[in-house]
Design a protein around this ligand. Structure first.
Ligand SMILES: *Cc1c(COP(=O)(O)O)cnc(C)c1O
Length: 462
């Protein structure tokens, strides 16, 4: 299995190389050269299996010979052992034909743990084997950073630097990043928004002297291995509701397009998915793009669902690559236009292809709060604001096909928004009850590439 860049100019890599690299050297994102498929019998055989066993069967064809079966199984088992629910990704029912997939039982209470815990294990195996070390720099709107620190803290071969937008993450999110005491993890509070964080991260990857000098590795949602880990719960949940013998639909609270892109991969692999619904908050570039055909930035508006406060949806490039018939030159041109003019127009053919695959909905701040409140009364479920956005959009698309909405974070990660909506302040699970008593450690940084690079070079252990 080889991985190719969405911009067509970087060398093809193995799974292991693509995982350790993150962003391609031509600025593109790695995608598998071909998508392996599973037939109906193979999918039907997932019924009743553990999450871990299904994970192994879904992901194995993508991994090639980077890991042996035993290594890969071992990594999967360790990755999910720390989750607080035996099912790993359990479902509850909200309404007739509407189900909630709870993806927040991992160590940092957001779905990011599914991918990050696994790649923490896979990095360890790959680095130890090659006697290599890497510097991971990540940009976060809140949840990726804490998940990455949790997965990599204390590891000998890895230093981790996380850029987050100063003052724009919830207090629980910030404390999860600033309280780990291990000396190989560093929280950098950047003066800017998430797109600035992601922009400087991309600049670091494009600064080849720096990139090669520090052994830069990326674990943002553009890392293919993360997308792959997220494909698994589309299978486990769909099979639990009767797939492949009946279809299911999914609604996904979306920011950087990683999670919903995993659903698209599941569909391409043969899972009978009817609708893939993109749910956005007021930062609605994807909703506008699919509605009008114009992908145009217009600045981030901070919201009560901060993990989705994104204008440039990085993984959308992967969907564009397929919509443009895997024409890397065409994608590179769109991205150049994006850089020069802040937007581009999707061709008619590509737009039609995207509309056949994805439906979209946008939810305002008021509707988000109202949904948290209403759902508490209707089903007893206490939703985080991101999950509420999914539930609201899903409710507009209910029909005869079962709908699964992804609950992307635990309500206790966003206690202020939940309390404002319901009067109930959700408590942290006992294992992190002392989060507010632990000392914090962070560094403020300007939105300036060379200043950030200097900090990384000074602090990483040699
Ligand atoms: C990251 C995140 C999202 C958005 O997921 P993408 O893969 O970036 O689209 C939604 N909700 C929560 C809680 C998140 O942490």
């Amino acid at each position: 299995m080889r991985y190719i860049s969405t911009r067509g100019k970087a060398p093809a890599l193995t799974f292991g190389e693509a995982m350790l690299t993150g962003l391609a050297r031509d600025g593109g994102l790695y995608v598998p050269e071909t998508i392996p498929t599973l037939n109906k019998d193979q999918i039907a055989a997932f019924a009743g299996l553990s999450y871990e066993e299904t994970a192994f069967r879904v992901m194995r064809p993508f991994v090639g010979d980077t890991f042996t079966d035993a290594e890969f199984r071992g990594a999967i088992d360790k990755a999910y052992a720390g989750f607080s629910h035996r099912a790993r990704a359990p479902m509850v029912q909200l309404a007739p034909n509407h189900f909630l997939l709870e993806l927040f039982h991992g160590p940092t209470l957001a779905f990011k743990d599914f991918a990050m815990q696994l790649i923490g294990q896979l990095f360890q195996i790959a680095l130890a084997r090659e006697g290599r070390r890497v510097t991971i720099v990540g940009a976060t709107s809140g949840d990726t950073g804490s998940a990455a620190m949790e997965a990599f803290r204390g590891l000998a071969n890895v230093d981790v630097f996380i850029l987050y937008p100063h003052g724009r993450v919830s207090e629980v999110q910030r404390r999860q990043m600033t309280t780990p005491s291990e000396s190989n993890v560093h929280a950098l509070a950047l003066d800017g928004d998430f797109d600035d964080c992601q922009g400087r991260l991309k600049d670091m990857f494009n600064d080849f002297t720096f990139r090669d000098g520090v052994g830069l590795a990326g674990v943002n949602s553009i890392n293919w291995a993360r997308v792959l880990a997220q494909v698994v719960y589309y299978f486990t949940s769909a099979v639990a509701l009767g797939a492949p013998h009946r279809k299911v639909s999914f609604t996904v609270p979306t920011g950087n397009f990683g999670d919903i892109f995993a659903g698209y991969i599941a569909k391409r692999m043969g899972l009978p998915i009817d609708k893939l619904v993109i749910a956005t908050n007021q930062n609605d570039i994807l909703h506008r793009c699919l509605t009008t055909g114009r992908y145009q930035m217009d600045g981030v508006k901070p919201s009560i669902s901060p993990s989705m406060d994104i204008q440039i949806s990085s993984n959308f490039e992967r969907a564009l690559f397929d919509a443009y018939g895997r024409d890397g030159g065409a994608v590179a041109q769109l991205m150049d236009e994006m850089k020069a003019k802040g937007g581009f127009t999707v061709s008619q053919g590509a737009l039609q292809g995207l509309r056949d695959l994805f439906t979209t909905g946008r939810v305002s701040e008021e509707e988000t709060s109202a949904t948290i409140r209403a759902e508490r009364t209707a089903s007893g479920e206490l939703l985080c604001p991101h999950s509420a956005i999914g539930v609201k959009v899903a409710a507009d698309h209910l029909g005869s096909v079962p709908m699964i909405t992804l609950a992307t974070a635990h309500p206790a990660k966003f206690p202020d928004a939940v309390e404002a909506a319901t009067g109930i302040r959700p408590g942290l699970p006992p294992r992190m009850a002392d989060l507010f008593d632990r000392p914090e450690r962070l560094t403020r940084v300007a939105n300036d590439l060379s200043a950030i690079e200097r900090i990384v070079m000074e602090r990483r252990r040699l």
